[in-house]
Design a protein around this ligand. Structure first.
Ligand code: CO
Length: 491
């Protein structure tokens, strides 16, 4: 069976609110809260189809678990992109790998008035009690976590245009700060760290506290943070900013793989923002950092899911994913040890496990920046062909892997939720929204995070397109409401 259907074999999901989703199995008593997931709600706009898995119109999903029961709601993010798609049936803004149809004149004008998509579909963050849908453009969209209605647009760095950011800000609850990396494109481009005080009401009005000039910026999807350092891993997938200004092709297609540059690692002091050191490693590419920590030997250790090159981006074009024998290059968990002083040669990332893994997740609230992190969860391709069809758990200590798999089922990101009184790191559950390709529906899978045995599943009556990232909030509970179906947008 073709695996591309996992992304676009179905029509778009209807907007619904379901008070009681049927549950098979028994949910743990302690498991209370909401999983908010983000991802594409449709790849079709009028007669046009988006081109790439990272395109599409944003849709939010909320699964609320309480008292052994599950409620669910979903809703398109009500942005300009969405409004124009619905009312005019056209793609209005450039996405990751899809551009609007524009005349040469319109393209030329875009140089003077560049427009960024507001279809923030990649991740979720809660900053200063505001819930945000995150995109790689500087535009972030606030939403009501209960109704999923759109509140308005905000941003990490919207002082002017010509910049991109990551959808993986680091949040430090003890220090009440959120940190993100912004790339500013120009004659001289800059990597800039922005820091937000999360106790402040002034949402996302942070300060710039570290920066580094760069001639050809790299495509960077996330960054590393240890107790004392911030780490930019600059892959040799780079762009001439002029090419972005002219915008003759979709965003990501302006980037070029230049392995001769190697992968450059820039370390900054987290407190002062001062540049500490830059070193070079063998060329590789990654979307996701997993963890970073300061080691006793004076180095910063950086774990990430790495690929030998950036061809994984090309494998996510929808026409490629539709091919029956689609091959997605497997990313693997690799470790970089960056010495902060003394002489060093060219660095090499050590492979921790040969198991393919993507959308890595950890017990972030307890173990981000910790040298003791042991378990990394993620999705993986079971054989060398096909789409992500299993969940994996890699043990960094024993370097072994545990797997969950079910025929014709395609799990999304695994989100770890720890039992509140846990001692063991993996005492908790892993939540994943799984597409069942035989039934044409999706379910919320609840695994015992320790054994990977299924505890329960909540079965939706419709499919959910393969999305990207979500977050679980144990204090977010939707109020009880009578059964209802949300009215379709605009009706
Ligand atoms: Co990501």
């Amino acid at each position: 069976m073709s695996t591309g259907f996992a992304l676009h074999g179905f029509g778009e999901s209807p907007e619904v609110a379901l008070d009681d989703v049927p549950v098979r199995g028994t949910l743990p008593e302690w498991l209370t809260g909401s999983l908010i997931r983000n991802g594409p709600g449709t790849f079709q706009v009028g007669e046009r189809r988006y081109r790439h898995w990272f395109d599409g119109l944003a849709m939010l999903h909320r699964f609320t678990i309480r008292g052994g029961r599950v409620s669910y709601a979903n809703r398109f993010l009500e942005t300009e992109s969405y409004r124009i798609a619905r009312e005019e049936g056209r793609i209005a803004y450039p996405e990751f790998a899809t551009d609007p149809c524009r005349s040469m004149f319109a393209r030329a004008m875009a140089v003077f008035e560049p427009q960024a998509t507001d279809s923030a579909k990649v991740n979720i963050a809660r900053v200063a009690d505001h819930y945000l849908a995150l995109a790689e453009t500087p535009i972030q969209v606030e939403f009501d976590p209960e109704t999923l209605r759109t509140v308005g647009v905000t941003g990490w760095d919207t002082s002017d245009f010509g910049r991109m950011t990551t959808v993986h800000p680091h949040l430090d609850e003890e220090r009440h700060e959120a940190i993100n990396l912004v790339t500013r494109y120009g004659a001289v481009s800059n990597y800039v760290f922005r820091r937000v005080d999360t106790t402040e009401a002034g949402l996302l009005h942070g300060d710039t506290f570290a920066s580094r000039a760069v001639r050809e910026p790299s495509y960077i999807h996330s960054f590393g943070m240890s107790e004392r350092h911030l780490v930019i891993v600059e892959f040799p997938l780079v762009v001439n900013p002029i090419s972005l200004l002219l915008w003759l092709r979709p965003y990501i297609e302006n980037f070029r793989w230049k392995p001769g540059r190697g992968t450059r690692i820039h370390v900054f002091d987290r407190a002062s923002g001062a540049h500490v050191r830059s070193v070079t490693a063998d060329p590789f590419f990654a979307f996701h950092h997993v963890n970073a920590y300061d080691d006793e030997d004076g180095s910063v250790v950086v774990d990430l899911v790495a690929y030998d090159d950036a061809s994984v981006i090309e494998s996510f074009y929808l026409h490629r994913l539709s091919e029956p024998d689609v091959q997605i290059p497997p990313g693997t968990l690799r470790r970089l040890r960056v010495p902060l002083s003394g002489p060093h040669g060219r660095l090499h990332a050590e492979e921790i496990s040969p198991t393919g893994i993507e959308l890595p997740s950890i017990d972030y609230s307890r173990l981000n920046t910790s040298p003791h992190l042991r378990y990394v969860y993620g999705i993986s391709v079971r054989s060398d062909r096909g789409f992500y069809d299993q969940l994996v758990k890699i043990d960094i200590e024993t370097r072994t892997t545990v797997v969950w798999h079910e025929a014709e089922c395609y799990p999304g990101e695994g989100v770890f939720v720890g039992r509140p009184e846990r001692v063991a790191e993996d005492d908790g559950v892993l939540l994943s929204v799984v597409l069942d390709a035989v039934r044409g529906t999706s379910f919320l899978l609840v695994l015992d995070a320790a054994t990977f045995a299924e505890i329960a599943r909540a079965e939706l009556p419709h499919p959910v397109l393969m999305g990207y990232h979500g977050q679980f909030y144990d204090d977010l509970l939707a109020s009880d409401r009578p059964g209802q179906v949300l009215p379709a947008h605009g009706s």
